[in-house]
Design a protein around this ligand. Structure first.
Ligand code: MSP
Length: 506
């Protein structure tokens, strides 16, 4: 049966320009989407923008424009950035679009009809940066400041509609604990479980003091709470055909500060609608700068300007590799320029060098034609085993969403190949006509190994790995990635020209 894969990013607030935090999640989702497309899975990758809520209204007021103008301006920047960074999303949903607004109104109508939404009154604290209601106890513990941005909480008091979240808590808990809904990393799952066990109130889902939002279908004086509006995007973006094909989502990729909304509110909403739960929610860590979360509100982020500068210097794939390589996926990551240089040099010295010397030697000693192999020595067999192990390990890394591993393992294969070349010394073998068969074996196996590394890197370094494969004259036909990975390069295969993949940065 054909496998389907539906992956989403959070929809971002367009109250400012995107920064490296947004880029990170989107790139990671792009890597996963590319991997699944290469495997031949029918893949759908969704991203978009979350344009309602008080945060947008306040930023718009500060900039003396209306929220729609602010949204339009920044959404254009998000959309063109994703093109510029070659993000392979299949769709882009705006919460101000008709398809979304109609979809949300339908969702809320169904919840009203089933009695899961009722009218009450809310009096309590609100974190405007997070667009989150905060309980009295939590507010007190946080000294009445946002746990994320540190900004003062705001007191709200108004009539509001509630969603019967409490009714679904036992089922949500069961789904998470049993892994029917996988919440990852495990440590974050445990945090959600223990917070759920402490008890949860029904959720206020409308605001009468705000007009920038989707009106409650039964009572347009109220607008729908921005998180109910936002979470719905994962299904409002799918028309009926796509819903049949792609729902439930395979992975909602998000940052850790919004896990609660995704792991608790969203499954409860879906249960109320009688819809299947997503299979996995993966909450990655934060990019920090000197240990502090990078964010628009803190003003300490690596912004667009800097990202563009890094791409110009280190290439798009150099940036992708740095972002993925920086920490085990799920952990916080600290940006330093020194690490960026170090990881770029790793690509140049390990991957680029391995490719280059292999092509050069085959050019010099065999006229660019792959010689046959007769593996006999322990080192040969170890390298062959390493090639096979790496392929298995990379698949395992992708299924566990261990993206740092997925990126590094093929580069480590190139490193092992360099060690193999250093220790077998083909340049010496070439001087001795009696060692011709050894020379051929070493060159053949090196070519097998580096071509595997490049093939496995296609999701991570789409441009550089393709260029490297082109230098080896390897063509991956659509839908034949796995087949190509499973076959050895035949002796007699003619290689192309070697060019530095990662030209040195001076
Ligand atoms: N609009 C909500 C999400 C709704 S999803 C139904 C929102 N938007 S946001 O613009 O604030 O984006 C938050 C997301 O951006 C995080 O979950 C994460 O994916 C990414 N990041 C923002 N800052 C980040 C870091 N400093 N580090 C890593 N990712 C971060 O929340």
């Amino acid at each position: 049966m054909e496998t389907r894969f539906y992956i989403t990013t959070p929809i971002y607030y367009p109250n400012g320009e995107p920064h490296v935090g947004h880029i990170y999640t989107t790139l990671c989702a792009d890597v996963l989407a590319r991997y699944h497309r290469l495997r031949g899975d029918m893949t759908h990758f969704l991203t978009g923008t979350d344009e309602h809520g008080i945060k947008m209204v306040k930023t718009a007021a500060e900039q003396q424009v209306d929220p729609r103008t602010l949204a339009d301006r920044n959404v254009a920047i998000f959309e063109s950035l994703w093109r510029e960074l070659h993000i392979s999303n299949d769709d882009f949903i705006r919460t101000t679009s008709d398809r979304h607004k109609l979809g949300v109104a339908k969702i809320v109508d169904r919840m009203l009809a089933s009695g899961d939404i009722y009218l009450g009154g809310y009096e309590g604290w609100y974190d405007e940066g997070q667009e989150e209601f905060v309980t009295e106890t939590a507010a007190k513990d946080q000294a009445y400041k946002s746990a994320v941005s540190g900004r003062a909480l705001v007191r709200y008091s108004e009539p509001t509609y509630f969603f019967r979240l409490t009714k679904y808590v036992p089922a949500v808990l069961e789904a998470i604990e049993s892994d029917r809904l996988r919440v990852r990393p495990e440590a974050r799952k445990n945090e959600v479980v223990s917070k759920l066990k402490q008890g949860v109130d029904d959720l206020s889902i409308s605001r009468s003091s705000l007009s920038w939002g989707i009106p409650m279908p039964n009572d347009p004086k109220h607008v729908i709470y921005v998180w109910i509006d936002a979470l719905s995007n994962y299904v409002t973006a799918l028309d009926d055909d796509r819903k049949k094909l792609f729902w439930p989502a395979d992975v909602h990729l998000i940052g850790k500060e919004i896990l609660w909304f995704h792991a608790v509110y969203w499954p409860a909403m879906l249960m109320s609608l009688g819809m299947d739960l997503p299979k996995e929610i993966f909450a990655h860590g934060w990019w920090t700068s000197h240990g502090k979360k990078m964010s628009k509100s803190m003003g300490n982020f690596v912004g667009l300007e800097q990202v563009r500068e890094k791409v110009a210097t280190y290439s798009l794939d150099g940036l992708r590799y740095y972002l993925l390589r920086a920490a085990p996926f799920g952990n916080d990551l600290d940006w330093t320029d020194a690490d960026l240089v170090k990881t770029f040099n790793e690509l140049a010295n390990v991957l680029g060098n391995c490719l280059n010397r292999t092509i050069k030697m085959i050019g010099k000693y065999c006229n660019g034609v792959l010689p046959p192999a007769a593996p006999s020595e322990a080192g040969d067999l170890q390298l062959i085993a390493r090639i096979n192990e790496t392929q298995v390990a990379v698949d395992a890394a992708y299924s566990a969403i261990a993206l740092q591993q997925a990126a590094m393992l093929p580069v480590e294969l190139a490193r092992a190949t360099n060690v193999y070349i250093d220790s077998t010394e083909p340049f010496k073998l070439a001087k001795d006509p009696e060692k011709l068969s050894r020379l051929h074996t070493v060159l053949n196996l090196s070519a097998q190994a580096i071509s595997r590394a490049l093939l496995l890197l296609l999701p991570v370094l789409p441009e550089k790995a393709s260029q490297g494969l082109a230098q080896m004259n390897i063509v991956v036909k659509p839908g034949e990635w796995q087949k190509t990975l499973g076959e050895l390069l035949p002796a007699g295969h003619t290689l192309g020209e070697g060019q530095p993949l990662f030209p040195k940065v001076l």
